[in-house]
Design a protein around this ligand. Structure first.
Ligand code: HEC
Ligand code: HEC
Ligand code: HEC
Ligand code: HEC
Length: 512
């Protein structure tokens, strides 16, 4: 009897001790959680430098810094030499690479041959709007100068002031650390589409909308305005074309209605729309988007470190983190699931290449028709087919991940893009015949250098001008940014080394 009570007593004491220990551990976790949501106290100007956030959020910072590991250049013009033909007369024909980690976003923009070789604060060729998706510093400038002043002028205007790559202040409030957006055009786009603003959206929606700021389709809307001295100025304002919905058809209708064209193709004179990267819009149409899975669920999986759970800020291919990104919901083996993803990529690539080939031939055949005397009136419907076809093809692939995010919508747009290209080519056969040209076959475009020549580009000259810019004006920008405490150069070691046109642009120029 007695011993029974002793056992009971001992068991109770053990249970009580265990509970005390457990509650202590829970309190510890609570404390950890509180520490995470504690007001970070990062002052106004300092918030734009991600290294200033490090002392409050070392795990988020160090994982963010790891986006540096994805720095390799993958030259897409080399992989797909059709592209310089499709984009003849537009910057993308000069230089176009697959996306790299966020660490490089700003430098990729500065290094790209697309942004040319400015000589001072007024030379272009690109507008200030180009910085918008590259840096948190944009929020600072908009607050200081006003949105319309920010969107006025050439990108070189802010070369010494916009220096930090996509970072904490793009997505987080510096006082509460809550998710936020620091540009207004997102809410204007959501409103145009009849959707709730960022602030009114649910927490799960914000985990995607934080990416939609940049991974979306947009154009630069020409806007006339008067500054406070009454001087008339022209701004190019980043605008989401979502007024008729978030589909390729809705956006094309909007662009047609406002008479927007990004450029006239130099070979065919077709009025072309360049898709940016409708990643958010495509994602919404896929099964994961429809089931409410957010971008962060796959690209920023939770990571456990001792008692601390945090979001992995190394935004990258989720195929590198499948155990944390996919296996939380899926039951098949990682290798089986990966094989399904690769198969989707292969299917997309097959149609992708067919559509590009036909579009490139349509441009070149139109060029031939112009050469032998076809009139603009005769070419009108053909150029319209090319415009629609190229838009659908570009819309399908420009966001890079769409083959997985939304395979059906990707293949549908590619098939329709190809259909329009084929319609143009059929019309061209009879038009060329009318001018006595039979069995015309477009010149080869199976090499980047060859198709850049067909697009009228002088590659060596572009590279030389760019390297001159990097030796002079860019060095000056860097110096000023460090002096003005805008930028911590040490946090960006090695950011500058790789481009598609030259290895180690700061050391000896090695031609690639
Ligand atoms: C591209 C957007 C983006 C950037 C850039 C970014 N974050 Fe986050 N961050 C998120 C998202 C999304 C979450 C998940 C939020 C949630 O669900 O509450 C998050 C979560 C957090 C949290 C909450 C705890 C956690 O880990 O879930 C902290 C703290 C944080 N981030 C700090 C930082 C710091 C510091 C930086 C810069 C080094 C940074 N973030 C850069 C999007 C971003
Ligand atoms: C302020 C703009 C901005 C925001 C916000 C942003 N991105 Fe990006 N993202 C970019 C740019 C620009 C690049 C391309 C960088 C380069 O090529 O140098 C990129 C590249 C990427 C890549 C390719 C990385 C690689 O290693 O290949 C992924 C994946 C990605 N972003 C996902 C996201 C997700 C998910 C979110 C939201 C949590 C997000 N991004 C928010 C601008 C942004
Ligand atoms: C269900 C998981 C999942 C969701 C949700 C998701 N992605 Fe992805 N994403 C992937 C996978 C898988 C890939 C293909 C990666 C590869 O090719 O290695 C990818 C590719 C990408 C790429 C191209 C990266 C590159 O270097 O080619 C970007 C950019 C991207 N996603 C951004 C986003 C954005 C923005 C969202 C939300 C609007 C999102 N993703 C939602 C899984 C997801
Ligand atoms: C938050 C849960 C969740 C996460 C995380 C998630 N999935 Fe899914 N996935 C789903 C749901 C739900 C479906 C729809 C099918 C269903 O209801 O069973 C789905 C469907 C799929 C399909 C079949 C649909 C199609 O498009 O063919 C594939 C393949 C897939 N997921 C791959 C992945 C991969 C790869 C990852 C990681 C990069 C991932 N998923 C992450 C929930 C998730």
């Amino acid at each position: 009897m007695k011993s029974k009570y002793v056992v009971l007593l001992v068991v109770s004491v053990i249970a009580i001790l265990a509970m005390v220990w457990l509650s202590g551990s829970i309190n510890e976790r609570r404390a950890e959680k509180v520490a995470l949501s504690e007001t970070p106290q990062i002052d106004g100007e300092d918030q734009y430098r991600s290294d200033e956030w490090k002392r409050y959020y070392p795990r988020q910072y160090s994982s963010w810094l790891k986006t540096k590991e994805s720095g390799e250049i993958h030259d897409l013009l080399k992989e797909y030499p059709q592209l310089p033909i499709l984009w003849a007369g537009y910057g993308f024909a000069k230089d176009y690479n697959a996306p790299r980690g966020h660490y490089y976003a700003l430098q990729s923009n500065t290094n790209s041959l697309r942004t040319g070789a400015p000589k001072d604060m007024k030379t272009g060729p690109m507008p200030t709007a180009c910085w918008t998706c590259k840096s948190p510093d944009v929020g600072k400038i908009i607050e200081r100068d006003g949105e319309l002043e920010y969107f006025t002028g050439k990108w070189s205007k802010y070369g010494a002031e916009i220096k930090n790559s996509v970072g904490c202040a793009n997505c987080h409030d510096n006082e509460t650390s809550e998710l936020r957006i620091n540009v207004q055009y997102v809410n204007r786009g959501l409103k145009a589409a009849g959707l709730e603003s960022f602030e009114e959206s649910t927490h799960q929606q914000k985990r995607s909308l934080a990416c939609a700021t940049c991974h979306s389709e947009y154009y630069f809307k020409k806007t006339m305005w008067e500054d406070k001295d009454g001087t008339e100025k022209k701004a190019a304002v980043v605008t989401f074309p979502w007024h008729y919905g978030l589909t390729s058809e809705g956006m094309e209708k909007y662009y047609d209605e406002v008479g927007h064209t990004d450029f006239k193709n130099k070979i065919s004179n077709a009025p072309i729309l360049k898709a940016q990267h409708p990643g958010y819009e495509m994602h919404l149409t896929g099964i994961h988007g429809q089931k409410g899975v957010s971008c962060a669920d796959c690209h920023m999986p939770f990571t456990q470190e001792g008692a601390v759970k945090y979001s992995d800020h190394q935004l990258q291919s989720p195929l590198n983190t499948m155990d944390r990104s996919c296996m939380t919901c899926h039951r098949e083996s990682e290798s089986a699931l990966k094989a399904i993803v690769y198969e989707k990529y292969e299917r997309k690539t097959q149609l992708h290449i067919i559509a590009m080939d036909n579009l490139a031939k349509a441009h070149l055949e139109t060029g031939k028709a112009m050469e032998v005397g076809a009139t603009d009136a005769e070419l009108k419907a053909i150029r319209q087919d090319i415009r629609t076809g190229q838009w659908k093809w570009d819309y399908a692939v420009a966001s890079h991940g769409s083959f997985f995010h939304a395979p059906e919508e990707t293949l549908r747009n590619l098939a329709m893009g190809n259909e329009y290209a084929m319609n143009a080519r059929l019309k061209l056969v009879s038009l060329l015949a009318k001018y006595g040209v039979m069995n015309y076959s477009a010149p080869d475009f199976d090499d980047k250098a060859v198709s850049q020549k067909l697009a009228g580009l002088n590659f060596d000259k572009m590279v030389e001008a760019k390297l001159q810019f990097k030796r002079t004006l860019e060095k000056e920008w860097n110096k000023q940014a460090v002096e003005n405490n805008v930028w911590n150069q040490d946090a960006y070691k090695g950011v500058d080394n790789e481009t598609a046109y030259s290895k180690n642009v700061n050391g000896i120029h090695v031609k690639k």
